[in-house]
Design a protein around this ligand. Structure first.
Ligand code: PGA
Length: 243
């Protein structure tokens, strides 16, 4: 069975003052039967990792090279050095805002694995692609182009139009994509593909988490806005535990 995972993506939000939220989430993670991962901005990684306990810490991006003249970037080994054990890769905000391609995401995933990090690889279609009936085709092409050679990954399906908008796909739409992702992971990795956690992301909140976690092949969530405050993230963690 894939591991159930509640993952939080803080994006470019939070300062030292937010460490109390991380502390509260870490305390709740201690009680949870599910895995909990929090991905704060880079400047908080080290402090977060030192108080996290059973809460795992992740970065939000890394460079594909191990080191070198890449001003402003961070390597997978440097994330690991801060205490991170995961890294979000290929988020649509990076694919769209920084032109990250599937092959670059794949190179970053390989680099992450080499440094002992588990990549959380994000996939998702735009509103136009969904309206044109291309959602499955787009997401499956992103999956095969972005996957490393190794099954030690987490996949996050995040329709771009659902991120930060309050819009959520229907249960049937999520089911269709997650079923297809599971089938393709099985085709690529065999039995190991059945063990990969497939998260849903995009406007997950306490009020819709239960319905989303009831879907077959949804093994958890990647949560943006509702992970910033423990009072929002804890009910989502609880819904996952009860699913
Ligand atoms: P959201 O973001 O939960 O704020 O929609 C999800 C994400 O971008 O990972």
């Amino acid at each position: 069975m894939p591991q159930k995972i509640a993952a939080g993506n803080w994006k470019m939000n939070g300062t030292q003052a937010s460490l109390s939220e991380i502390q509260a989430i870490a305390e709740a993670a201690q009680e949870s039967p599910c895995a909990t991962i929090l991905c704060p901005p880079a400047h908080l990684l080290h402090r977060a990792a030192s108080l996290a306990g059973p809460l795992a810490i992740g970065g939000q991006n890394c460079h594909h090279a191990p080191s070198g003249a890449f001003t402003g970037d961070i390597s997978a080994a440097q994330l690991a050095d801060c205490g991170a054990s995961y890294v979000i890769l290929g988020h649509s905000e990076r694919r769209e805002g920084y032109g990250e391609s599937d092959s670059l995401v794949r190179a970053k995933a390989q680099a992450a694995l080499q440094s002992g990090l588990t990549p959380i690889i994000c996939l998702g279609e735009s509103q136009e692609q969904r309206a044109a009936g291309q959602a499955l085709e787009v997401v499956l092409a992103q999956l095969s182009g972005s996957l490393p050679d190794d099954a030690r990954v987490i996949i996050a399906y995040e329709p771009i139009w659902a991120i930060g908008t309050g819009l959520v796909p229907t249960v049937a739409e999520i089911t269709e994509v997650h079923d297809a992702l599971r089938a393709q992971l099985h085709a690529i990795f065999g039995a190991a593909g059945q063990e990969i956690s497939i998260l849903y992301g995009g406007s997950v909140k306490p009020s819709n988490a239960q319905e989303i976690f009831a879907i077959t092949h949804v093994n958890g969530a990647l949560v943006g806005g509702a992970s910033l405050k423990a009072e929002d993230f804890l009910p989502i963690m609880r819904s996952l535990a009860e699913s």
